[in-house]
Ligand binder design. Structure first.
Ligand code: SOE
Length: 388
């Protein structure tokens, strides 16, 4: 894989620059497909990781100027083929509506590009599995931004659970609540199943909660029973066929039972992912809107653990870039995710990097939720793709 050195592109090197085989700085050049909120988030993270946002790809000529400004790219184009044919472009970020992810990822892999694909990797498990296999066969890195894994206190949860500090795990529970769809006049491409897929709320944010739960516990959902709810049957004069909310019960491979409630119509909740792991000795609870503290519960005492790199386990402190009291947040998680993707491109294996296999896992869970809800809440075993 050819690396572009900073001197070749006249860029000032910054933190996070990878070294190439000649020992010089390497600046990864990225193309971003799409120009919305997530594209801008990916672009900031790319720059923070020492990469260069060489171009943004959009569908229409009249979008070029706005897209270039929104993403801060060196150039903007509607010609995806020329971008995929450009040997200087090493990684493609896919930040388009869900229904286009699989085809774009497939084309990027075929062109030998590393890929960061926004979730969902694909709108069904078979497609997601095939992309995972294609990336492996093509020798390229494929990652999916389950970025909440990069909150330092989430890593601390994983370390403490892995060390057995919680005792016997009994129940796992929580929710992921937002309110940006709380009015029947709210809408966007996600409401159209062709663009958004067969599931809306669970695929979009329930996938985050399940990924985070399985990540911190290193356990996996073995069977689930789901209910879906459409709050508004009509949005903007169009019939609605995908859910605003989901309730999922599950049992894991180690016998833990749990529930998660997901909704994007929960007034007052902005991006509130809450995960609580209940153990016989200790329980842990994480609130994504309060990521600077972790609730640690004991029978005789309870405390709030601060995101203080001085006291966290090394695997957690690695992502605590600032001292305690200097709050880190969502973009810091994204920055760390892209930096670790760059490290993987350079040949490292950063712990906990969410890859296409994790994206495929999420797609399989989503398939099972849809199947269960369609059969009145029947218990369904998600297809085990064996990829992770
Ligand atoms: C909208 O629900 C959204 O932007 C999701 O698509 C992201 O994955 C999540 O991190 C925040 O909310």
């Amino acid at each position: 894989m050819r690396h572009v050195t900073a001197s070749q592109i006249g860029e000032q090197s910054s933190d996070g620059i990878l070294s190439n085989s000649e020992g010089g700085p390497t600046v990864i050049k990225a193309a971003i497909v799409g120009s919305g909120f997530m594209a801008a988030t990916h672009a900031r993270a790319t720059r923070a990781a020492g990469g260069l946002v060489d171009c943004v790809v959009v569908r229409r000529e009249d979008q070029l100027a706005a897209a270039r400004n929104a993403v801060g790219a060196a150039r903007a184009t509607t010609d995806l083929a020329s971008v995929l044919a450009d040997p200087a472009i090493e990684i493609v970020h896919i930040c388009t509506p869900n229904g286009s992810h699989a085809a774009l990822a497939d084309a990027a892999i075929a062109a030998g590009k590393h890929v960061i694909c926004e979730k969902p990797l694909a709108t069904d498990g078979d497609l997601a599995d095939s992309l995972t296999s294609a990336a492996k066969a093509g020798g390229v890195i494929g990652t999916v931004p389950f970025v909440y894994r990069f909150h330092p206190l989430v890593r601390e949860m994983r370390v403490r659970i892995g060390a057995g500090d919680l005792g016997a795990l009994s129940v796992v529970h929580g929710s992921y609540l937002q309110d940006w769809m709380a009015s029947d006049t709210d809408g966007n491409w996600r409401v159209d199943p062709t663009a958004g897929g067969r599931s809306r709320a669970f695929a979009d944010i329930g996938s985050h909660w399940c990924d985070l739960f399985e990540f911190v516990t290193q356990d996996r959902i073995q069977s689930l029973s789901a209910q879906l709810k459409i709050v508004f049957s009509d949005r903007g004069g169009k019939a609605v066929h995908t859910e605003d909310a989901a309730s999922v019960h599950f049992r894991t491979e180690t016998g833990v039972i749990g529930t998660v409630v997901v909704a994007q119509t929960a007034a007052g909740r902005k991006n509130r992912l809450h995960l609580e792991i209940s153990g016989s000795a200790t329980s842990l609870a994480f609130d994504q809107e309060e990521p600077e503290q972790l609730w640690v519960g004991h029978r005789t005492k309870t405390r709030l653990l601060s995101r203080d790199p001085q006291i966290l386990a090394p695997g957690a402190a690695r992502y605590a870039f600032l001292p305690a009291g200097h709050a880190q947040g969502y973009q810091d998680c994204f920055n760390a995710f892209v930096a670790d993707t760059h490290q993987a491109i350079a040949g490292s294996t950063p712990s906990g990097l969410p890859t296409f296999a994790d994206g495929a896992r999420a797609a399989r869970l989503c398939d099972a939720v849809i199947e269960s809800a369609a059969s009145g809440g029947a218990w369904i075993t998600p297809h085990n793709n064996g990829l992770r």
